[in-house]
Design a protein around this ligand. Structure first.
Ligand code: ADP
Ligand code: MG
Length: 629
């Protein structure tokens, strides 16, 4: 019988797995057991939706069989089984459901613990086996099939016998070496502890014949005699962790469940376990991760909670249970009230799901708020990982979800030199301050040196320094917070001038008209307007955008789309108190060429201060040198 080859990438992975030394080889059992459990889930689910299929739940179990003399370990299930085609398709191709990220990641770092991170599943069996044989009979079919492979060079499929639908995974373990005792995977205690460690929450019994000892019947109390016997025992506790009483579950158990279920090495930042009664009753076990998965901010990331109904997994990632702004939450929801006889598509629109989703959103918000209030340091770590998602949430759909998100946002406070909430900003506003001031730009360091910051600081006003790309959209979308409006200190009137000051500015402008006209004429279309500073500043000049778009927004748009061709219009402001501007005024009256040079110098300085490129750096440098002679 001709051997078929594994698909190319499968072969590479096999090599990688077999020839690298894993400290976690034992996880092969977890993978094989979880596949068996999945197969029974599928059968149970099919039975719920298809009248022709019926299942006796008693029969749904996983059996481990040890054959120590032959060195063979068998894992059998009464699941849905596989057809010949499915055997080839599922076991001949790597990571059928495995993540795409896996392959990408493998290219970069071959020594990474692939299995732990991605759960490559079935192939893990080859880490400990010389040969793996799979005998499977699909539910509803008459023929069983045998798939067999030694991992290295392909596999064969032949017809076989099997009494019931289901699958046997028959592993001929490798011979012991100095480094690895493969034979330990045939020891009762070892298997027992591996099941406990990795597969305790599998909802089907995992059974094994175990050695027991009892007192011989008829032996006397003085001279008790014992005999050993074997008995089928269920090794796992089965009851899902979320169904257990909260006070009986340790933090460690919650964390272990999280790490294994969601393939995360780090402890979750927060565990939320709650149940709701009412129109729809449900239990939920939710986790707020402490680190963002590598693909979190990419399209590959799948949001959603795992949905169970009466112990049957219905959906792996039910999106409708989790709003986009909380998409980082992982977890499980279990409700016996969901109508199971409807198809998955219909289920998504189920009114009951909406009720559950609302409960979950509320709960997550409450938990995050509690973390914000009681454990600020942890919250800041959380925010570093997922804050951007919350900000996206605040601006999405024109702020439709701002109620759920705005109180959870943190921005950098110039006064406090740390992240604060909008509420904290409002609570510490100075006497008479009416607006929430913010500046958006590349770095806190740069922003804090902007002249507007100084102006506001002199008044005792704080400024939020926004440095994330999405940041500037937040005030623009929210517009107000707690009835205070946002003010972009770079583009908008700071609203600090009194009527008197405004009057004075008008007078001054009239007096300096010839200066302003000269500067505007010299600069031509580079600026739309030249005027005297409207806000006190210590710099001689200041460039402000004329339209609603700030320079930062302009830069952002350019980065998003290099074709972007609607730059913010520039207004040049002159500070008449500054000696440099006064020198310019003198030059305008006496030496037109010198005055032109001064204008060029000052305009370029304004560009530099605004962190905008100057059009001819060489000419600018020359000009500076000219005046140093
Ligand atoms: P995953 O479980 O992530 O899909 P695996 O490599 O563990 O990846 O398994 C590949 C596929 O092989 C499964 O998706 C399933 O279709 C099939 N499979 C594996 N073991 C069994 C089994 N015991 N019964 C039925 N199908 C199985
Ligand atoms: Mg699997």
């Amino acid at each position: 019988m001709a051997k078929k080859q594994f698909k190319a990438e499968s072969k590479r992975l096999l090599d990688l797995m077999i020839h690298s030394i894993y400290t976690h080889q034992e996880i092969f059992l977890r993978e094989i057991i979880s596949n068996a459990s999945d197969a029974m889930d599928k059968l149970a689910y099919t039975a719920l939706t298809d009248d022709k299929v019926s299942v006796n739940r008693e029969e749904l179990k996983i059996t481990l069989t040890r054959n120590e003399s032959d060195g063979v370990l068998t894992v059998s299930d009464r699941g849905i089984g596989m057809t010949k085609e499915e055997l080839e398709e599922n076991l001949g191709t790597i990571c059928k459901s495995g993540s795409l990220g896996f392959k990408q990641n493998m290219e970069q770092t071959e020594d990474i613990d692939i299995i732990g991170q991605f759960g490559v599943g079935f192939y893990a069996a080859f880490m400990v086996s010389d040969n793996v044989t799979v005998i499977s009979k699909k539910y509803g079919e008459d023929t069983a099939w045998k798939w067999t492979s030694n991992g290295g060079d392909g596999y064969t499929v032949t017809e076989a016998q099997r009494a019931y639908p289901g699958t046997d995974i028959i592993m001929t373990l490798k011979k012991d070496t100095e480094d690895e005792q493969y034979s330990r995977f045939l020891k009762e205690w070892e298997l027992r502890s591996l099941v406990k460690k990795y597969s305790d929450y599998i909802r089907y019994p995992i059974c094994m014949q175990v050695q027991k000892s009892r007192r011989k019947e008829g032996s006397s109390d003085e001279h008790p005699e014992y005999e050993s016997y074997t008995e089928m025992e269920t090794l796992n506790s089965m009851v899902p962790i979320w169904q257990r009483n909260k006070k009986d579950v340790t933090a460690e158990e919650y964390n272990t469940f999280y790490r294994e279920k969601f393939m995360d090495y780090s402890e979750p930042a927060r565990v939320i376990s709650f149940s709701a009664e009412g129109n729809v009753s449900f239990k939920a076990l939710l986790y707020i991760p402490s680190k963002a998965p590598f693909d979190y901010y990419s399209k590959d990331y799948k949001r959603g909670l795992q949905l169970y109904s009466s112990g049957v997994m219905i959906m792996d990632a039910c999106e409708d249970l989790l709003p986009e702004h909380f998409s980082f939450v992982r977890g499980v929801v279990d409700s016996q009230d969901l109508s199971l006889n409807i198809s998955r598509e219909l289920l998504q629109h189920d009114r009951q799901l909406k009720i559950i989703a609302r409960g979950i959103e509320k709960k997550i918000k409450a938990e995050l708020t509690a973390m914000l209030e009681n454990d600020r340091e942890k919250y800041c770590d959380f925010f570093a990982a997922f804050g951007r998602q919350l900000k996206y949430g605040a601006v999405a759909q024109y702020g439709a979800h701002k109620d759920a998100t705005q109180d959870l946002l943190l921005f950098y406070s110039n006064r406090e030199q740390k992240l604060i909430t909008l509420k904290e900003y409002i609570d510490s506003m100075a006497e008479g301050q009416e607006k929430i001031y913010y500046l958006a730009g590349e770095s806190v360091d740069r922003l804090s040196k902007m002249p507007q910051v100084r102006t506001l600081k002199d008044r005792g006003y704080d400024v939020l320094l926004l440095t994330d790309e999405v940041d500037e959209f937040v005030p623009q979308t929210l517009m107000t917070y707690s009835e205070k409006s946002f003010c972009n200190a770079a583009t908008e009137d700071l609203g600090l001038q009194t009527e008197e000051e405004k009057e004075k500015l008008k007078e001054q402008t009239e007096k300096k008209q010839s200066l302003l006209t000269f500067v505007k004429d010299s600069l031509g279309d580079d600026v739309t307007q030249v005027r005297l500073v409207t806000n006190a500043t210590s710099a001689p000049v200041c460039l402000v955008p004329a339209s609603g778009m700030s320079f930062e927004m302009e830069k952002y748009m350019k980065r998003m789309n290099p074709e972007f061709n609607m730059p913010a219009m520039r207004i040049l402001e002159l500070n008449p108190e500054h000696p440099a501007v006064q020198a310019l005024e003198v030059a305008v009256a006496t030496d037109a060429q010198k005055a032109k040079d001064y204008v060029t110098l000052l305009y370029n300085q304004a560009l530099l201060l605004a962190d905008l490129p100057i059009s001819d750096p060489a000419a600018y440098t020359e000009l500076v040198c000219k005046f140093m002679k």
